[in-house]
Design a protein around this ligand. Structure first.
Ligand code: DC
Length: 239
């Protein structure tokens, strides 16, 4: 990624919240925004994925909301908040790669819909960002986790662009039309499940800046987000 021009420092305690559907590129953008600002980075989806990995490992019944909530409350989840060194450990095991596997991806909409699981994850996420100066990424970060964030961004892209991006992450050079089509179908299925559920559906904060990344490079999106955060920070500073 290119070097970015320095500008006036943001106020201490600045939180940036980046939401949006799967495949919009929000992880890449959030990580780069954190790097540019020298902020910590919290990937909330990775927490739901880590918990889901543990539930599958323990053979839990995924329809048992009580068991999932108890697991969320007792699990030892360690997330690196260094944007240059992402890493996730569950009960001491490094699961950074496994949480992106197909079985976890297929089950995470179910586990993350359990209200008790969400309550515990949101509690942990708020604790993680309490020290301030952080970028929090996830579909409810601007609405629930950090409703007072200085800068809120809702990053979206059309389904084909999202499928191509996610397909590239999954298949690398083996990406072809069949992979893109299968990825798009899986994304839309997950979007529908996530958007239609009662617990924390994907919603856009009314005060979020909407960025459509369909025809933009990651760098261009990052520049827009940084400009919006600086503008919001300046406005708040003058208030
Ligand atoms: O962003 P992701 O694909 O890693 O998210 C994985 C799943 O976790 C996704 O199906 C929605 C869910 N999730 C959530 O419910 N709330 C969040 N803050 C982040 C992710």
């Amino acid at each position: 990624m290119q070097q970015r021009a320095a500008s006036a420092p943001l106020r201490a305690g600045t939180v940036v919240a980046i939401d949006g559907p799967s495949g919009s590129g929000k992880s890449t953008v959030a990580r780069e925004v954190a790097r540019s600002l020298g902020f910590r980075y919290l990937d909330t989806g990775a927490m739901y994925r880590a918990l889901t990995w543990l539930a599958l490992r323990r053979g839990l019944d995924l329809t048992d909301a009580g068991a999932l909530t108890a697991l969320a409350e007792s699990a030892e989840l360690e997330l690196s908040t260094d944007p240059d060194r992402p890493g996730v450990r569950v009960d001491g095991t490094d699961v950074t790669t496994e949480i992106r596997s197909e079985p976890v991806t297929a089950a995470v909409s179910t586990t993350s819909a359990v209200p008790g699981v969400r309550a515990e994850m949101v509690r942990r996420q708020r604790e993680a960002i309490r020290p301030g100066d952080g970028v929090v990424e996830g579909r409810d970060s601007g609405t629930t986790v950090a409703p007072d964030a200085t800068g809120k961004v809702f990053l979206t892209a059309d389904p084909a662009a999202r499928a191509a991006r996610r397909g590239r992450e999954l298949a690398g050079p083996a990406l072809d039309d069949a992979v893109v089509a299968a990825t798009q179908e899986a994304l839309l299925r997950r979007d529908t499940a996530d958007a239609g559920r009662a617990a924390s559906p994907l919603t856009q904060a009314p005060d979020a800046l909407v960025v459509d990344a369909t025809d933009l490079t990651a760098d261009a999106v990052v520049e827009q987000v940084l400009a919006a955060v600086r503008a919001a920070g300046a406005q708040r500073g003058n208030a």
